[in-house]
Design a protein around this ligand. Structure first.
Ligand code: 13P
Length: 369
């Protein structure tokens, strides 16, 4: 899909509530906001041409667990070295447009003296930062979770932009279970996602909006489809209420899948259910959809992505923003040894190339709505 030009009257924002901008003082009108040319161009660059986004933003704690499982020593240096070797994979930019980083990596300076965002820029990759601070129990709704990190976010977004970030990420998690998710969980997380997205856009960052419906549980495909549709509909209602510009954001949803302990579904059924769900709930103005892998495994996530695109045209590019499904084999190959860096990079290159081919599977077809 080619991106529609954004009309001039949607030209961008400074903070809509500032007195210097009298046309938009006060509470913005309900409805989609304005995206500046730079935000639209960045969002488009992240998802176009079949390229996707490498999610390499695991917290030090999560990455330490993955390192421990492979006997790799986890220090700030080894974690940064690992991200450095992933990103410097030769020709990665042919299939990857940008990399989501944890703050620890984003702020790191490499032994060469280059700051990490500048190092990515040299490689033709956009830098993104995970800005949420993780999940906390949603009061009154145990065991449900709400993602936190809004305090000071508008100022931080501007600061990250100044340091070389182009985009950001915020992940909400929704569990399926008996009586779950609650409406309160969906509304709390959608509201936080919308506040995050607005703060990013005002600060000059493209927000990646990630509501993840978890695969844990014994639910079937239909249940996941119904929950995911309600999640996405609630998220887009909140984005609209807060005036987030859909043309300057990326949606990072989970695919519609049966729970890990649920009845298996075919690749064709997963793709069809995912497409129907998104078509019902994701506005066509959204710049792109970059899927998370959610623990499906590399082959399965790639096959599902290809089938989603192969089944016919969609109003937005649908690409990948995988973490584990891009990294797992590369990490297991590296195992902390400098002797295996080239081998690990070859493994990542092959997986990223396969993912980009899956993202391109539906290209060249007209959009039929
Ligand atoms: P996975 O692809 O491993 O689900 O990770 C994507 C991500 O960014 C999680 O926040």
């Amino acid at each position: 899909m080619t991106l529609q030009a954004v009309p001039e009257d949607r030209a961008l924002p400074s903070d809509p509530s500032t007195p210097e901008n009298p046309a938009v003082t006060g509470v913005p009108a309900r409805g989609s906001g304005r995206a500046g040319d730079a935000l639209v161009a960045t969002a488009s660059r992240l998802v176009s041409g079949g390229r996707g986004v490498l999610a390499a933003d695991e917290s030090p704690k999560t990455l330490t667990e993955r390192f421990d499982a492979l006997g790799i020593v986890s220090t700030a240096e080894t974690r940064t070295r690992y991200r450095e070797l992933l990103c410097s994979t030769p020709d990665l930019a042919e299939s990857v447009s940008g990399v989501i980083l944890h703050r620890e990596t984003f702020l790191a300076v490499l032994p060469s003296g280059r700051a990490f965002p500048a190092f990515l820029e040299d490689l033709g990759l956009l830098a993104g930062v995970k800005v949420d601070t993780g999940t906390a129990p949603l009061p009154g709704h145990t065991p449900e979770l709400v993602t936190e990190g809004l305090d000071g976010l508008a100022a931080e977004a501007a600061e990250l932009r100044a340091r070389g970030a182009s985009f950001a990420k915020w992940r909400a998690v929704i569990a399926i279970g008996e009586g779950l998710p609650s409406r309160a969980c969906l509304v709390a997380n959608a509201t936080a996602l919308a506040r995050y997205a607005l703060a990013c856009q005002v600060g000059g960052l493209v927000p990646i909006v990630e509501p993840e419906v978890l695969m844990d549980g014994g639910h079937d495909l239909e249940r996941c489809a119904a929950v995911t549709e309600e999640v996405l509909t609630t998220v887009f209602a909140a984005l609209r209420d807060l005036g987030v510009a859909l043309e300057g954001m990326i949606l990072k949803p989970s695919m519609v899948l049966p729970g890990k302990a649920g009845p298996a579904a075919s690749v064709a059924a997963v793709a069809a259910a995912t497409r129907t769900c998104y078509l019902r709930s994701v506005p066509a103005a959204v710049t792109g959809v970059a899927l998370l892998s959610g623990g499906q495994g590399e082959e399965r996530a790639t096959t599902h992505l290809a089938e989603i695109n192969r089944q016919g045209p969609l109003p937005w590019p649908v690409t990948f923003s995988f973490g584990r499904a891009l990294q797992d084999s590369a990490l297991a190959t590296w195992r902390g040894s400098e002797d295996r860096v080239a081998e690990a990079q070859a493994v990542l290159h092959a997986r990223a190339t396969a993912c980009a081919a899956a993202a391109r599977a539906g290209m060249g077809q007209p959009v039929a709505l």
